[in-house]
Design a protein around this ligand. Structure first.
Ligand code: PRX
Length: 643
């Protein structure tokens, strides 16, 4: 994770936003007003559909009302937006100034200082640490003061180290300060992060100092450039004047997972990102004051940024930082945590759901999950079996499942089942409806927008929104080429999607994961989503085929208790795909694997699978973002046995 230092802070009055015109909710009666008071006063808005139309037709008024209502400004902006998607120009709330930490902390300290802001759910179960808003503000001030005393200025880039390939990122970001811990702890294992930082920083002459926090008691060698972070923070004042940041100053940079090519440093800025994270956190998850929000994503992932940190804290929520894994010390960990912390909204990844499904229902039933109200899913398509299990077993059939589609690039959730309407229909495995202000369009190969209701094509977004990334650090041209040029005038997401008659969206997967077999386009996700009770997880890729162009190659991981022979399994899978899609989609090869190669954020590295299947082992490239690189060797051996 990369953080642009914005750090100087102080308690300030938070009612400045009100002078910019908080809207009067009483002028709007009815159901929609009750669930979205920010929209009160919008002419002609009577329900969700008209609100969505309003957000497109009067985009500036819509986003201005949201920004005035939800953010505390130091000084008012003069222009709501200055965007031109054709040129990759995206600016929101131009001329405004605010401070993100004032929005996330100070204003809540004024109203509820003793509310728990975050619960650090440590790797060791039952050892959680609760930090109130007052305490978190004090810690933030001490760290802000320390950074300042050590010469970090507004505009400097500070690297917070959690992931690999560190040196390349430090150099790309031109960071002079790094923050790390002596050791990381995950699933009962210690990881020597400081050693990795030492090796990386030795090759980065720009780094002046490394702040080292002590996560464990294991001492580490401290070099001249190292600073004992907690010790130094203890000497700092617990009050620090907040800097007034421009709306478009950089907030953070985040490098994408590396599942495609060279990682891109996507840049997010202050006001628009914060507004979008706050609004989506509130309405997609139906968050209410006092709820405990449990997003179990890695904090170094965009999901952790938007829904562990910025969204929940901007809304004054109690947010959970989950340090462990779904199966440590046993496969009941998530649900034991839900019971102990009384989590109301649980937000996780399909990959973890599929893993847990494999271990059976008893691990869920063991714990009381009655606090749960909403269950969220993110990062990849959730297959029907996992969706049903999440809904029926985890949520006892009473919690809506919100399958949220978005990307590092979008900053926050863009398509999800229930923005604001608690009674809206949800179809299993579908992301469903665009969020307010998001105008998805489907485009064909020639760049023509598909205007019929039911269609499928490349998923683009037709209007800019405040949460979108502004650029790729040091490479704006690549930003334009990747997102703006493929379909001029639209933001291109890189995903394929289909739309039903009702206007519901379903994501079919990355377009680079779409395969073409004998002229038929098939989303790999469609094949993966086939029912076979013995399979816990699968990944399908295309491989070069002399006659068909591409053939289908499937990797499957079986459930622990699966009781089936390999020939039976292969037959069952082929039959199931032939029946649900078509015979041409039926896999040519089915490789049974112990596990799939994944990034630490749980994304299957299809690039690696493709390389193995294409026998291009030299092209395997950078495997540093893999959770466990030994999985690749297993896959290579299994491939030899399969073909
Ligand atoms: O292909 C889509 C998939 O994940 C991609 C974005 O990955 P990343 O930037 O790492 O962000 C993940 C967390 C937001 C998308 O282009 N994706 C994400 N959510 C879904 C999804 N695919 C299907 N359904 C989803 N709910």
């Amino acid at each position: 994770m990369w953080l642009r230092c914005t750090s100087r802070r102080l308690l300030t009055p938070f009612n400045r936003a009100l002078k910019h015109g908080r809207l009067n909710a009483s002028s709007w009666s009815g159901k929609v007003a009750a669930v979205m008071p920010e929209a009160a006063g919008f002419q002609g808005v009577t329900d969700r559909a008209t609100l969505q139309e309003f957000s497109h037709a009067h985009s500036d008024s819509f986003w201005a009302a949201m920004a005035n209502h939800r953010l505390t400004w130091t000084s008012a902006y003069d222009t709501v937006q200055d965007c031109d998607l054709r040129r990759g120009k995206v600016k929101w709330f131009v001329g405004g100034k605010l401070n993100v930490s004032v929005n996330c902390l100070d204003r809540h300290v004024l109203t509820c200082p003793d509310r728990v802001a975050l619960i650090w759910e440590r790797d060791e179960p039952g050892a959680e640490v609760k930090v109130t808003y007052r305490e978190l503000l004090e810690m933030t001030c001490r760290l802000g003061n320390l950074l300042r005393r050590r010469g970090v200025k507004k505009g400097d880039c500070v690297t917070i180290y959690i992931s690999d390939a560190l040196a390349e990122r430090i150099r790309d970001a031109n960071s002079s300060t790094v923050i790390t811990v002596n050791q990381g702890v995950r699933g009962g294992k210690m990881i020597d992060l400081k050693k990795t930082v030492d090796a990386a920083v030795d090759t980065c002459p720009n780094v002046r100092q490394v702040f080292v926090a002590m996560r464990t008691e294991t001492p580490v060698v401290m070099k001249d450039r190292d600073v004992a972070m907690e010790e130094e923070m203890a000497h700092e004042e617990a009050v620090c004047e907040p800097a007034a940041m421009d709306s478009e100053d950089v907030l953070f940079m985040l490098y994408t997972s590396g599942s495609t090519g060279k990682p891109k440093g996507l840049v997010h800025t202050q006001a628009g990102y914060l507004l979008y994270a706050s609004l989506t956190h509130k309405y997609v998850f139906d968050y209410h004051d006092g709820d405990v929000f449990g997003c179990v994503a890695d904090i170094g992932w965009i999901t952790g940024h938007s829904y562990c940190v910025y969204g929940p804290l901007a809304n004054g929520a109690t947010t959970v930082l989950f340090e462990s894994t779904p199966i440590y010390p046993d496969p009941g960990r998530y649900w034991e945590t839900v019971q102990r912390l009384q989590i109301n909204q649980f937000y996780g990844a399909p990959t973890a759901i599929r893993l847990l499904l494999k271990y059976g229902d008893q691990w869920v039933h063991k714990y009381d999950r009655s606090s749960l109200k909403t269950l969220g899913s993110v990062g990849e398509p959730i297959n029907t079996e996992a969706w049903e299990w999440y809904h029926k077993v985890v949520g006892d059939g009473r919690c809506p499942i919100v399958d949220t589609w978005w990307q590092t690039e979008t900053g926050g959730i863009c398509i999800a089942p229930r923005p604001s309407d608690p009674d809206a229909e949800i179809v299993p495995g579908m992301a469903m409806r665009p969020f307010f202000g998001i105008k998805p369009v489907l485009v064909d190969n020639e760049g023509e927008e598909l205007t019929s209701k039911s269609a499928s094509g490349a998923l683009c977004i037709a209007q800019p929104w405040p949460g979108m990334a502004r650029t790729i650090h040091n490479n704006h041209q690549r930003f334009i080429e990747t997102y703006c040029q493929p379909f001029p005038g639209y933001f291109f997401t890189g995903d394929g999607a289909s739309r039903t008659e009702e206007g519901y969206y379903q994501i079919t997967g990355r377009l680079d994961d779409v395969i073409n077999v004998s002229g038929h386009r098939i989303g790999t996700a469609e094949i993966e989503d086939n029912h076979c009770s013995a399979v816990a997880e699968s990944a399908v890729i295309g491989y070069t085929h002399d006659i068909k162009g591409q053939g289908v190659y499937a990797f499957v991981v079986l459930k622990k208790e699966a009781d089936i022979t390999e020939p039976e399994l292969r037959q069952q899978l082929k039959d199931s795909v032939s029946k649900s899609i078509a015979k041409y989609a039926s896999p040519d090869y089915i490789q049974i694997a112990q596990r799939l190669p994944k990034t630490r954020s749980g994304k299957i590295m299809r690039r690696v699978l493709r390389n193995v299947v294409e026998r291009d082992l030299e092209g395997l490239g950078d495997l540093s973002t893999l959770d466990d690189p030994t999985a690749v060797q297993e896959i290579i051996q299994g491939h030899q046995a399969t073909t």
